[in-house]
Design a protein around this ligand. Structure first.
Ligand code: ADP
Ligand code: SF4
Length: 685
């Protein structure tokens, strides 16, 4: 299909200093858990985005010197010439598809602590390392500043030799020396680099000039700048100073990449902010400079993108998450296939890989991080290897993704769902407070399979083992999901909570099914991801008195990984939910529960009419066990496989991955004892 002319503006070339981007789609720097540790994977992931039509592809943060070693985080590294080949390989791949390659150079100052290099971290002043290690950074003297400028310049020259077209400087107080020097709060120096704004800006200006002078004839010099940095102590003055910096340096960088303070706001989870939520902060920047401006906002709608350009907010549509969820987003718009965009749901599962330091995963895109090690392409899947008909039982995220991918391969697929709705847990969970966007996991897949004549979907079809044997599909896939326990067993309690028979007990599924919950309510959360917190929020919004009890030291503690934890905590406090952290549930009784502090064992009693248990789930695998007993071959069944939560309950991302994996591997020869992917092995000297 030809592209919609309304979107032509997105495909205009835009000059950036001495180089030109072929369109306005700009993959801004983002971490990915691969970087220097899994370079083949990182290269293949970036290459895929170039193939998908992004005009600019940037690296993640790349540290430039051992005194700014950001280990143990897995990011980019450019300490000396031996680091060039990884980037040269990435850039060849990016250039092959006509895209520009950018590198984000950074010295993180006192942020990370030099855990690998064991150098003494250097910083704007004497200051403890932010990550909490019992280490301090030392204040930089003039010689250190001269050295730092030289390292940055050398890194820029190396980056050019590696083939980069854009060289980034990174200014973010708390995450980079340049930002720390700018910050009135952090910069307490009394020399020419501290005090007045002009002095605090000196280092940034110098490094910008150094970079221009070193590589600016052939490379664009980009500045990533946090517009509400907290440059000064009182909120009102923050933006004034930020604006003053942009005014003073307006024409110095070739590109302004602007974003906002705190990662949790910059990568705003969809539960707490909509698409385009940065506009109110960054909207003024373009009025102060003639240089192109890029910004992010979890943009997935081409109409919103066009509006950003037409209204003069941005020149480039910046994206990290939308480019992860759909590396082919630009191509799809270009080819008039916007409906095929696999929209990011804003769950931030991708972000977790930065903390866990393993290759990135994404709820919507099961192939991300697998491009090299499994040779998975997000848009291409091998054609079917047989005419086997496949029955998939259950249309949650695992069943839907399995049907979509097998359907793409050309298999004849029958998808049977017990309920009258598709989506399984995603259908239920996306109706909870703030989680509507998560429904995209279902919507994308349903929309795709509806167009496939070879995929038939049956609602209201709860299948029994007898049904399945009777149908005799050669391939049977069980994606029947999982159910929450109602006995309190989980991470903290290995045996059932005594007294549950005396109180009204509910699981999340009961609440999804519309159970009437009388207050006071106790939500006991031993799951630690979002479910306990979001149910407490939901029940409180419905008017109940709610206490959330958890053995963890924070509410929804694992959501720190998805940048949601502090938002959740704030919301629960605002709503008046009482929170009891570090408490287990010792017993339940009529109208009350007893809880005990995990450290001291001290007990207290809480009034409770309804107890909601969010601890762990058990697979719905009765069907599997019934079929296991049957003579499958006699029924013509060649394979019976469990996928998703039916095999082992996990995240929605894991269910999607499981469905996708089965679809790819169904007809592959079994590789029982082999490592199921290519590994990145270190070569010994
Ligand atoms: P997953 O996350 O693994 O995809 P879900 O729990 O989201 O799992 O989805 C499982 C789906 O399977 C639910 O929609 C459920 O209604 C459906 N289901 C469970 N048992 C059967 C069955 N016997 N026949 C048809 N559908 C079933
Ligand atoms: Fe978007 Fe979630 Fe995928 Fe990240 S993991 S790109 S937030 S869908």
């Amino acid at each position: 299909m030809p592209r919609d002319p309304r979107y032509d503006i997105l495909f205009e070339p835009v000059p950036i200093g001495p180089v030109t981007a072929k369109n306005r789609f700009f993959q801004v720097p983002h971490c990915n858990g691969m970087g220097m540790s899994f370079p083949n994977a990182m290269i293949a992931m970036r290459r895929m985005k170039a193939e998908g039509g992004w005009a600019v592809i940037c690296t993640e943060e790349t540290d430039i010197h051992p005194s700014g070693d950001l280990s143990p985080l897995v990011e980019g590294r450019l300490w000396d010439d031996r680091d060039i080949p990884i980037f040269a390989r990435m850039n060849e791949a990016v250039h092959d598809h006509g895209a520009l390659a950018g590198i984000e150079l950074v010295h993180t100052g006192h942020r990370d602590g030099c855990l690998y290099s064991r150098e003494v971290p250097i910083a704007v002043g004497h200051v403890p390392v932010s990550t909490g290690y019992p280490v301090q950074a030392r204040a930089m003297d003039r010689a250190d500043i001269r050295n730092y400028r030289r390292w940055h310049r050398d890194a820029a020259l190396r980056a050019r030799r590696a083939g980069f077209d854009l060289i980034y400087l990174y200014s973010h107080a708390g995450s980079s020396l340049l930002g720390d020097f700018l910050s009135r709060k952090r910069n307490r120096r009394s020399d020419e680099y501290g005090g007045s704004l002009e002095n605090r800006m000196r280092l940034l200006r110098e490094v910008l000039e150094d970079t221009h002078e070193a590589v600016g004839d052939t490379c664009a010099v980009a500045l990533r700048y946090v517009v509400d940095e907290g440059l000064s102590e009182d909120g009102a003055a923050n933006m004034d100073e930020s604006r003053a910096v942009i005014e003073a340096l307006a024409e110095v960088p070739d590109l302004w990449d602007v974003n906002i303070r705190e990662w949790r706001r910059d990568s705003m989870p969809s539960r707490f902010g909509p698409e385009g939520s940065q506009e109110e902060f960054i909207g003024f920047v373009k009025r102060l400079t003639t240089k192109p401006v890029v910004g992010v906002g979890r943009f997935t709608s081409p109409d919103t993108m066009v509006s950003q350009i037409r209204r003069g907010i941005l020149d480039f549509i910046g994206a990290a998450r939308p480019s992860i969820a759909d590396p082919f987003l630009p191509k799809k718009i270009e080819e008039g296939r916007s409906d095929d965009i696999r929209e990011c749901i804003g769950c931030n599962m991708c972000v977790t890989s930065d903390f866990t330091m393993v290759p990135m995963r994404c709820t919507q895109n099961p192939t991300i991080g697998e491009e090299w090690r499994k040779d998975w392409h997000p848009e291409i899947i091998p054609a079917k290897a047989s005419d086997d008909r496949v029955l998939i039982v259950g249309a949650g995220p695992a069943g839907l993704e399995c049907a979509r991918s097998l359907g793409n391969r050309g298999y004849a697929v029958t998808l049977a769902e017990a309920r009258e709705v598709l989506g399984g847990r995603v259908h239920d969970e996306s109706r909870l407070a703030g989680l509507a966007t998560w429904g995209r996991v279902r919507d994308y897949r349903v929309q795709q399979i509806q167009r496939m004549p070879n995929v038939e979907t049956y609602l209201g079809s709860r299948l029994s083992a007898a049904d399945i044997l009777d149908y005799g599909f050669p391939r049977v896939v069980l994606a029947t999901g999982a159910s929450w326990r109602r006995d309190g067993i989980g991470r903290f309690h290995a045996t059932a909570i005594p007294g549950l028979a005396d109180i009204a007990v509910f699981t999340p599924e009961d609440i999804f099914a519309g159970a009437k919950i009388a207050g006071p309510v106790v939500v006991y959360d031993d799951d630690h991801y979002y479910m306990g917190g979001v149910l407490a929020e939901q029940l409180r919004l419905q008017g109940a008195e709610v206490t959330l009890v958890t053995p963890a030291s924070d509410v929804s503690s694992w959501t720190a990984m998805t940048l949601e934890q502090t938002w959740i905590e704030e919301r629960l406090y605002q709503l008046g939910v009482t929170v009891k952290e570090k408490h287990g549930l010792s017993a339940a009784g009529k109208g009350e529960v007893r809880i005990a502090h995990t450290g001291s064992g001290r007990e207290q009693t809480l009034p409770c009419s309804s107890l909601v248990l969010v601890t762990m789930r058990l697979p719905n695998d009765a069907l599997f066990h019934a079929l296991e007993q049957a003579l499958l071959a006699d029924a013509g069944i060649m394979s019976l496989t469990r996928i998703g939560d039916c095999l082992a309950p996990s995240t929605i991302a894991a269910a999607v991955y499981s469905g996708h994996r089965f679809a790819r591997e169904m007809d592959a020869p079994p590789r029982n004892d082999e490592v199921p992917f290519k590994r990145e092995l270190i070569t010994l000297e």
